[in-house]
Design a protein around this ligand. Structure first.
Ligand SMILES: Nc1ncnc2c1ncn2[C@@H]1O[C@H](COP(=O)(O)OP(=O)(O)O)[C@@H](O)[C@H]1O
Ligand SMILES: [Mg+2]
Length: 382
């Protein structure tokens, strides 16, 4: 049986966890956080679980100690403290996952399984230590901007990329949510795994369950065997766009998969474990939707463990010249230029359609000036 070390000063917490894992792992209790490293050397465990709020010697220090090991072990924090600052700091200090109390046995075993599975490729990659990969979007597109907002978004992407937690990306339409979702996937150790995208509002109710969970032959008339998107995205990322449009039944189904980490194809009697990272995006205020009774609070809580908010373009106008430059260089007219008057004109506008609108506006202007020099007269905001 594989071993895991569990660091917690509370005997009851250790008992509870040992009980939860009795059939799957041997739990090595560590009541004194300072002894974590020596226990690891002695027992050679597959992972470390720890409480973050320890007296005297904090969980963060334990995480730092783990980083100094020649072969860092995957670590998961289990805590009642779910303050985002705690979570971010723990992930930044080297934890791969953060499970909040109270947990269920299936939640715990699932997350632990995923934690151990995910650490394998990473350790192989470079032998030791955390490898900082460059942020990547793939397909030659870049995430442009130097405003503090955008720098912060980049930081968060870096912290969150390798975590298993669902990420919620929120922001007005055209602010770059798709781009950030791709960046999260392609900067993570999952980059070589699948990246599946579904627009939640666009899945017809009748196809919903088979789309999500897949189905077996004969599950319903004419049913053929197929995988659902959770399964298709195994070892990769599933990006659920426009999550605010999810119907009641979709919300219930999502909650089930996120909590259990398992899917069952329609017409099947067995569940399949999936290691799928979920990213959701919305241009709606989910808090408002919850208040209006249109979105489940428990689901919001699950999908919004980690949140990235993209500011509207009008709040980071200093990024406009860079974006303009970028879009011109990558247009059909890479030698085109823009007058400084036209540029200030663009900077003065409030951009309700954000970066998408800016891009379209430049494309129109380029056509009007026939790819030479953009003047104010070539600009329209339609
Ligand atoms: N920071 C950025 N740098 C470069 N291109 C961007 C940036 N933000 C958005 N875009 C571009 O603007 C368009 C809209 O972005 P998208 O990610 O689809 O927005 P959303 O999903 O929020 O509606 C896309 O063409 C995208 O490539
Ligand atoms: Mg989008």
């Amino acid at each position: 049986m594989d071993r895991v070390v569990y660091v917690d000063e509370k005997k009851e917490a250790i008992q509870e966890l040992s009980f939860a894992l009795q059939d799957t792992y041997e739990v090595i209790p560590c009541l004194n956080p300072r002894e974590t490293v020596s226990l690891i050397k002695k027992y050679n465990p597959k992972a470390v679980l720890l409480e973050i709020a320890l007296r005297g010697y904090s969980g963060f220090q334990v995480l730092e100690d783990l980083q100094k090991l020649p072969h860092p072990l995957p670590a998961m924090v289990i805590s009642e403290h779910i303050d985002p600052l705690f979570v971010v700091r723990a992930l930044k200090t080297g934890a791969q996952d953060y499970l909040s109390r109270p947990y269920t046995i299936s939640m715990l075993t699932h997350r632990l399984k995923r934690l151990i599975a995910s650490s394998a490729p990473k350790n192989l990659e470079k032998g030791e230590g955390y490898v900082k990969r460059p942020l990547s979007i793939h397909k030659g597109s870049f995430f442009i901007g130097t405003s503090p907002f955008i720098q912060q978004v980049r930081e968060l992407v870096r912290f969150y990329a390798d975590s298993h937690y669902p990420v919620l990306i929120q922001g007005e339409s055209g602010t770059g949510k798709d781009l950030v979702a791709r960046m999260l996937h392609f900067s993570s150790y999952r980059a070589h795994g699948p990246y599946e995208v579904r627009n939640v509002g666009a899945i017809p109710l009748s196809l919903l369950e088979s789309e999500l969970f897949g189905c077996e032959v004969g599950a319903f008339t004419d049913a053929r065997q197929r995988k659902g998107c959770f399964e298709l995205a195994h070892n990769g990322t599933l990006f659920l766009d426009e999550i605010g449009n999810a119907s009641d039944s979709l919300q219930a189904a999502l909650l089930r998969v996120i909590e259990d980490g398992e899917v069952r194809r329609l017409g099947s009697t067995t569940s399949i474990f999936v290691n799928t990272r979920i990213i959701c995006a919305t241009n709606k205020d989910l808090g408002e939707l919850v208040k209006k009774g249109k979105f489940r609070d428990d689901l919001r809580y699950r999908i919004a463990h980690l949140v990235i908010s993209l500011p509207p373009l009008r709040k980071r106008k200093e990024d406009i010249p860079l974006l303009v430059e970028y879009f011109l260089r990558n247009s059909a007219f890479p030698d085109a230029s823009i007058s400084s008057k036209a540029l200030s004109f663009l900077q003065d506008y409030h951009w309700p359609g954000n970066v998408r609108q800016l891009r379209a506006c430049l494309e129109r202007a380029l056509l009007l000036c026939q790819g030479t020099h953009i003047e104010v007269g070539h600009i329209s905001f339609e």
